[in-house]
Design a protein around this ligand. Sequence first.
Ligand code: ADP
Ligand code: MG
Length: 637
Amino acid sequence: MEQNNNETKQFEFKAEVKQLLNILVHSLYTNREIFIRELISNASDALDKLRFESNKGTEIEQNDLALEIKLELDDKNNTLTITDTGIGMTEEEIVSNIGTIAKSGSAEFLQQLKEHQNEVNNIIGKFGVGFYSVFMVADKVELITKSYKKDQPAYKWISDGLGSYEITELKEKTNRGTSIKVFLKDDAKDFAQKYRVEQGIKKHSNFISFPIKVGEDQINTVTALWREPKSSVKKDQYKEFYTFLTYDSEEPLEIIHKSVDAPIQFNCLLFIPSKNMDMFGFNREDYGLDLYIRRVLIQHKNKELLPEYLSFVRGVVDSEDLPLNISRETLQENLVFTKIANTVTGQILTTLTQLAKDDKEKYTQFWNEHGKILKMGYADYANRDKYMDLLRFNSSNSLNAKEYTSLAEYVERKKEDQKEIYYMFGASREAVAMDPHVEIFKRKGIEILYLYEPADEFVMSSLGKYNDFNIVSVDQADLINIEKFEDVESSDKKVEELSKDDSLQMNSLLSKMKEYLGERITEVKISSRLKDSPACLVNTDNTMSASMQKIMGIVNKDNAIPKKIMEINQDHHLVRNMLKIFKNDTDDQFIKDATEQLYDSSLLLEGYLSDPHKLVSRINHLLAESSEWYTATKNIK
Ligand code: ADP
Ligand code: MG
């Protein structure tokens, strides 16, 4: 192609594009045909955008051109050309859309891509860098494009995908839209064969809503599956459509296909993926349902149709009752739209409730994959009841960390007069089970829900109540409500009660301990909650659980240690010995060391001990001393 009289400009790809291209060229592919899917998907997007502009009444270049996608194959010269009559691009648009990766998080994306080379095919499409996949099969690409905007020149873009590209303004007459000529690599010649290309289209692009033609033959069947009556859709079709929509090759966990007539007409076809598709956490913003109005795609991944906590749901919504020329900006304020969105949310929650009832195992699978996101629905007050029954927790009643319970099941098992639901936050099941605060609950046989993620704290403290039961953190529980229950575990060795005199001495000991700890705590008192541990810290006010306090401390950049009550287990072996030592000499250094140690250990358990040096040197000192006694009592020389 000679356009000597046209001016050609040279450009370098942005660094991240170069890296991406480098990965693509050096990866091994089992499935290179996905480049066809990506180019067709871009062509279809460009056509959707054009139709949208046209519906809005925007003035459009060559408005009479048929909206379609055409593929031309040349097996002599080994080229494949894909042409659309979509919105095209201006020069600036070429540079910003194709010369750079605009998405945020592209650095992490590239890192992930390097580490998961075998998943390259799916990752590319999901992150939205599909265009570059053409360089898996091409050693050169020539793109000619002309914008739908009036009086824009056409441009030619050429690149070998190595590091640079050039753009030339074209003087000759060009149709609106984009045409991409792919010069196939020697080992990719089969993509100039009709059967091969047709196969790829059928497999990946069958549901594109514009005609896709190879030569003169239309290859795809343009059906709006969601508009078909449920009874006439085959399982395979659902699966095929789901894969088309999500690039997920697995079966969806659940399909919701509904046709609603009153009060508002709409159809929806929704899928719950069997795996969490937010593969590496960088796709958090990539969700939403495709919104159609009378079979015309108005918006890909509309975020207002779904609350964020249901963002794992994929699919389409199509309504007769919205005006075709509605602008995306005003959708949210449209009453019909809001009603559709609310109904969709209701449908999904109902489906999940039913699933939880009918198939526990499948619901557990769902919870493992999507529970983290679903949990964030605590702010949806309108659907709170349904939401709460969908929550699952590990609990002291579960056999292991993988077993879950619902709030309803907890309530069924609770003690007859128990008015509260208890939970405890911790790093792991083992950590929670060993915490001093849970000892009394164990002793009384009261179930505790175990929470492991920081977000769980927000969930629980914002729920407050389940039916008539207050939801309470164990370190905030009022012990009066717990002590009234009989012990279920009988203590293995009975500890002798303190004599009257010793009780008085014990009180003096506690005062001494308070004297040593000073302003660091509010009070030292005898505990009724402890059994195996000598001491623990508890909240003075009941406003926040310990872990919530910690979260708020981080949020407010306040790392002061909150003042708490120190509770002492007067039946503990260590405390009994401290009493003896105290009675002998109220100023014995051991009392001071032990008090400091008990305080530091409690802080450590609560996650507040920022400087462990003192604690460690004290332990070393105590160990050294006890080794003396040990060798002496055992007569070791
Ligand atoms: P994505 O499609 O997810 O945005 P791609 O890498 O596939 O990512 O495409 C990058 C961008 O290039 C598109 O967003 C679009 O702006 C532009 N583009 C690609 N192909 C076309 C086309 N056929 N017509 C108009 N614009 C296109
Ligand atoms: Mg694309």
